[in-house]
Design a protein around this ligand. Structure first.
Ligand code: 9WN
Length: 446
């Protein structure tokens, strides 16, 4: 926790500081997520970061996207991490650990991990186009990116959706971007492995930068590395690899983001004179499948579906509200979701109020207010939920998400995540976090 700032900040101060954070983390073609903990380029971070650069340095915004897609595999997958050569050895698991080097289909000029992340790129591009200082000059960039993003969506709808359901599965908690949700704990209850025999020796580096209570526990890291080891041993060969693979989860936010990006790509496609029929089909199919398969009627929220056990995973997290982003819920479901956000599960009580929005419901047995994804507020989640609520004509609730986010940053600085309890309030994880800065910039430009 850290309360570095005692003076109230004006929006101008916040903007200046946010720009300073991005400038500080800039590594040339891309911006790292944080000064020491994350010294490479991360997938969905790149999208949010591009939005932070767009108003003042549109070229850099485009460069973030171009640099990330340099890592795209020939099957369309866009990796979770594109490694910086200069920062080799500063993060675990580093490039060598992934053993992606020299694999067929992997780009020759980029070092990458072997997983993907939420496909934010489509809706990021649409927002970039709205801010392009010279639309004609930017057209070749958008044309190139459109084809790349289409290839990524095609990958997700084929290799990650073998039965054509309209729901892509994730094969690792890291792919969700929300690595440490209690949801994964429940999924792992039925995955049995021996940490001594089935997990290769590894040494974490995150704990050199952040205190252990803020980061995942050893059991969680063992699971992460256990899965990476299966993937790398089979050289990331798909789809045969998936047959007895233990972790295949259809997650609501991952699919809502994909679905929303389909819509955004339709707009971009129209502008580029493309046939967008496939994107429309994907969008409609995914929204329908999110409703048919991921809705938990009892809890009034969307939940993950474990494809291996063929069952829903009944854990209430902020990700379960995110189908609002792609317009999936009907009015009745949308009302249940917005009620949930305002009830004690996310808003706390009069005696113990909470900032919106805890990543894991405040009353979940796995909730922890300061441990990564177990409860803290994340600014990218709030930013997406803000847009989702505007879509459902909930301006007051949307404003609460924006105001809470800006207030947390104003009070504590640009942290990776924040304690959701108003009485304990503070920043956690790493400071000088790029997407926190970038999304503050995006909010303040509106
Ligand atoms: C593993 C970079 C990334 C974010 C993820 C966040 C965290 C990495 C880690 O940092 O994950 O990908 O080492 O903990 O969970 O959402 O993209 O900021």
């Amino acid at each position: 926790m850290n309360d570095r700032f005692s003076e109230p900040k004006t929006e101008t101060d916040l903007l200046k500081e946010a720009r300073r954070v991005l400038q500080h983390n800039l590594l040339g073609a891309f911006t790292k997520p944080a000064p020491s903990l994350y010294p490479h380029q991360w997938n969905w971070d790149a999208g949010f970061i591009a939005l932070g650069w767009a108003p003042t340095n549109f070229k850099q915004a485009c460069s973030e996207m171009t640099a990330l897609f340099r890592g795209q595999w020939s099957n369309g997958m866009v990796p979770q991490i594109v490694f910086s050569v200069k920062n080799s050895g500063k993060y675990f698991p580093g490039y060598r650990f992934w053993e992606t080097q020299g694999l067929p289909g992997k780009p020759r000029n980029a070092r990458t991990s072997g997983l993907t992340m939420p496909a934010v790129h489509g809706f990021v591009l649409q927002r970039l186009l709205e801010q392009a200082p010279d639309v004609r000059e930017a057209r070749p960039f958008f044309r190139r990116m459109y084809d790349r993003v289409l290839l990524l969506h095609d990958y997700l709808y084929t290799l990650r959706d073998p039965h054509g359901e309209g729901l892509a599965f994730i094969c690792h908690p890291w792919e969700s971007g929300m690595d440490n949700l209690p949801t994964w704990e429940t999924v792992f209850e039925t995955i049995h492995f021996d940490p001594e025999k089935d997990v290769p020796a590894y040494e974490r580096m995150d704990l050199q930068h952040v205190d252990a209570p803020f980061r995942p526990r050893k059991e969680s890291y063992d699971r992460y590395i256990y899965l990476v080891n299966i993937l790398r041993k089979s050289h990331y060969k798909k789809p045969e690899l998936w047959n007895d693979y233990p972790f295949k989860v259809q997650e609501p936010m991952f699919n809502a983001i994909l679905s929303h990006s389909n819509e955004a790509m339709m707009e971009l496609g129209k502008w580029l004179g493309k046939d967008t029929g496939q994107l429309r089909e994907w969008h409609e199919q995914t929204n329908k499948a999110i409703n048919d398969k991921l809705w938990d009627e009892q809890r009034g929220v969307y939940v993950s579906f474990d494809l291996v056990q063929q069952r829903q995973v009944p854990v209430v997290t902020a990700a379960g509200l995110m189908p609002l982003l792609s317009g999936a819920p009907d009015q009745v479901r949308a009302e249940r979701l917005t009620a949930l956000l305002q009830n004690p599960k996310f808003s706390g009580t009069a005696e113990n109020p909470a900032w919106l929005c805890a990543s894991t419901a405040l009353d979940d047995p796995g909730f922890d207010p300061s441990r990564y994804w177990r409860g803290p507020v994340w600014i990218n989640m709030n930013w997406m939920m803000y847009h989702a609520l505007l879509r459902y004509n909930q301006p007051a609730l949307a404003a609460r998400l924006r105001d809470d986010s800006l207030e947390l940053v104003r009070r504590h600085g640009f942290w990776e995540y924040y304690n959701p309890w108003k009485k304990q309030s503070g920043g956690c994880g790493t400071d000088q976090f790029s997407w926190t800065a970038a999304l503050v910039i995006d909010w303040l430009r509106q």
